[in-house]
Design a protein around this ligand. Structure first.
Ligand SMILES: [Zn+2]
Length: 247
């Protein structure tokens, strides 16, 4: 048995027995791991806040390679979600990011870049109200890190450069220009320049008012459907995100 110290982000909390909780944490150095907290429901409020989804923590735990859940020795809260807890859209966006990482990453599969991306996005949630754009920016970077981001800037058929509207077919990230787009494809108006900005600028430097929010929502939803399809999962939070729109 080995004692490990690590920073981590709480992805998910699962009630186990009456007083125990299992917590899925994306750790900085070892990726997604599951931890068991004995008797946490009886402890003080600060330890409770530490295991809320979205909290960033420092933890000390007992690692045993024969086990799939590890016992925590100490946990301390580095950043909680208190300042956005009453903001419905911010919380839904937070849950979306956490759910995507939780459902698409493997246990014990470290990726420091994913860790930094998630931590940066959680941090930015406290500094912006452009939640849909933040969610999309996170997802695009995540697709890039996972190696499944398409070339959004060239038509997959004629290879013409796409500088404005782009077209996609259902569940698919094969990009078409306006001339090659099949009849059943969807148009996303002026989305290419936004993706370009997301990939080349810091999030808070993007001029969000230049872009059409309805197309951004539509594009985010389409991309999440692609993720469902690609990983054979179901991202539940997307229904909450779009419950008041047409989708
Ligand atoms: Zn084309």
């Amino acid at each position: 048995m080995e004692i490990i110290k690590s920073e981590g982000i709480i992805l998910k909390k699962i009630p186990v027995l009456e007083a125990d909780v299992a917590v899925v944490i994306y750790t900085q150095n070892h990726g997604k791991r599951t931890f068991i907290f004995k008797g946490i429901k009886k402890t003080k409020r600060r330890s409770q806040a530490a295991i809320e989804p979205g909290s960033i923590v420092h933890l000390v735990y007992y690692y045993n390679d024969q086990k799939s859940m590890f016992h925590v020795k100490e946990i301390s809260l580095l950043q909680d979600t208190a300042s956005i807890r009453d903001n419905y859209q911010a919380m839904i966006t937070l849950f979306l990011l956490l759910e995507v990482v939780e459902k698409t990453s493997g246990q014990n599969d470290p990726n420091l870049t994913v860790y930094k991306l998630l931590k940066g996005a959680v941090d930015t949630l406290h500094k912006t109200d452009a939640y849909t754009v933040l969610a999309l920016s996170f997802i695009i970077h995540y697709l890039k890190l996972t190696g499944i981001m398409p070339d959004y800037f060239h038509c997959s058929l004629c290879h013409k450069e796409i500088i404005d509207d782009l077209y996609l077919t259902e569940y698919n990230l094969t990009v078409y220009c306006n001339q090659c787009a099949p009849h059943n494809s969807f148009m996303f108006k002026a989305i290419a320049p936004l993706i370009y900005d997301m990939l080349s600028k810091k999030f808070l430097d993007i001029e969000i008012s230049l872009y059409n929010s309805l197309d951004i929502q539509k594009f985010l939803f389409h991309t999440l459907l692609f993720i469902d399809h690609y990983f054979n999962i179901h991202i539940k939070t997307k229904e909450l995100l779009f419950h008041n729109t047409l989708y």
